[in-house]
Design a protein around this ligand. Structure first.
Ligand SMILES: NC(=O)c1ccc[n+]([C@@H]2O[C@H](COP(=O)([O-])OP(=O)(O)OC[C@H]3O[C@@H](n4cnc5c(N)ncnc54)[C@H](OP(=O)(O)O)[C@@H]3O)[C@@H](O)[C@H]2O)c1
Length: 329
């Protein structure tokens, strides 16, 4: 088995592509060898900035490069299905930004293809790979707060972005649920598994995308998650887990926390400082590269079946909120 760094290519040259490339300077098991943009100028500028040897002016050219083993998809949600399919068909492993797709139907199509081709595929839910989330899972596995009965998680922000940015454009899969609501939904899924009941209400705003969602998830045994996300107000995104023996507070921001408070009922609060290196985007990439070198086709931390369940939950919420995308009509 090879121990050489996994050769990685990036599709897209926007915000997260740049942050991810910066993060990769902390990933010894990955070599960033190529970038692809829809325009030559953007590919060249990105390659210069991040010292990338190959720059392609079509995504298909990068997917066809025989040197590349893993492709990180940093394109808008609406492209995730087609970009994943193109890379998987070319035999490349795929690390796909969140949300994994627009809906569960697309997610299933991509997952089925990866399984058929026996190729690595993972949703880039980077938060799960940070030291704080590793610690959180360790606490839960060890039952330090007993059985989790309630999850309270959410956040609100008022975006100051160009109306051309994907967040405000329904044809690009915009809206606050798929962009930010996926984080609390993913937390509830990681802690409690698939919900048995989903109730939601929300609003679709002036840009014809959902701008606020409130979600109630019920699980086997009665555990409940109360989740919210909004781009009409402002509140730090955080997580509280209430268990039968204690509670855990995960400090904001919930997508990149660095501090956890644990209180076993009747005892003093314990504080855990859990900083991450750099910008934190490399932990997921290191795990994906390790999986590829181990010959695994998926991650045990972010399994494909769970990604599919999360997309099903998001579908159900959108259905109740009345947020249907143009390509779904
Ligand atoms: N994990 C995180 O923390 C995090 C943070 C932000 C975003 N994301 C996810 O990453 C994805 C990209 O977000 P972003 O903030 O990086 O967006 P962005 O700045 O708009 O970048 C997206 C890139 O995708 C490419 N692209 C392809 N088709 C496009 C189209 N029709 N319109 C616009 N761009 C198109 C463009 O690159 P070229 O012009 O070079 O082709 C563009 O620069 C989204 O799915 C988002 O949910 C994740």
């Amino acid at each position: 088995m090879s121990s050489s760094p996994v050769k990685l290519g990036i599709l897209g040259t926007g915000n997260i592509a740049n942050a991810f490339a910066e993060g990769l300077t902390h990933a010894a098991n990955i070599e960033l060898v190529a970038v692809a943009s829809r325009t030559q100028a953007a590919a060249i500028a990105f390659a210069q900035k991040h010292d990338v040897a190959k720059k392609y002016s079509t995504y298909a050219d990068l997917a066809a490069d025989p040197e590349i083993e893993l492709v990180y998809l940093a394109t808008p949600h609406v492209r995730h299905r087609d970009d994943s399919v193109m890379c998987l068909q070319a035999g490349k492993g795929v690390l796909c930004e969140k949300p994994f797709s627009i809906n569960a139907k697309e997610a299933k199509e991509v997952i089925d293809l990866a399984r058929e081709r026996n190729v690595f595929l993972m949703e880039a839910m980077w938060t799960r790979f940070l030291p704080s989330f590793v610690k959180l899972r360790e606490m839960l596995v060890n039952g330090v707060i007993g059985d989790v009965q309630l999850i309270l998680a959410g956040g609100a922000f008022q975006p100051d972005c160009d109306p051309d940015y994907y967040l405000l454009r329904p044809e690009l899969g915009g809206g606050v649920l798929l962009d930010a609501g996926v984080y609390p939904v993913s937390v509830a899924s990681m802690v409690l598994g698939a919900p048995t009941q989903i109730k939601a209400c929300g609003t679709v705003g002036e840009h014809n995308v959902d701008d606020q969602d409130a979600i109630l998830l019920q699980h086997d045994g009665g555990a409940t998650a109360i989740l919210y996300v909004s781009m009409k107000a402002s509140a730090s995104p955080d997580i509280t887990l209430l268990g039968s023996r204690g509670r855990i507070y995960v400090h904001a921001p919930m997508f990149a926390p660095a501090k956890i408070h644990l209180q076993v009922y009747g005892e003093n609060v314990q504080e855990f400082e859990l900083p991450f290196e750099g910008n934190g985007y490399h932990y997921q990439a290191i795990a994906a590269a390790q999986a590829i070198r181990n010959g695994d086709t998926e991650s045990s931390v972010m399994p494909l079946e769970e990604t599919l369940t999360i997309m099903q939950t998001l579908d159900c919420v959108r259905d109740q909120v009345g947020m249907l995308y143009p390509m779904e009509k």
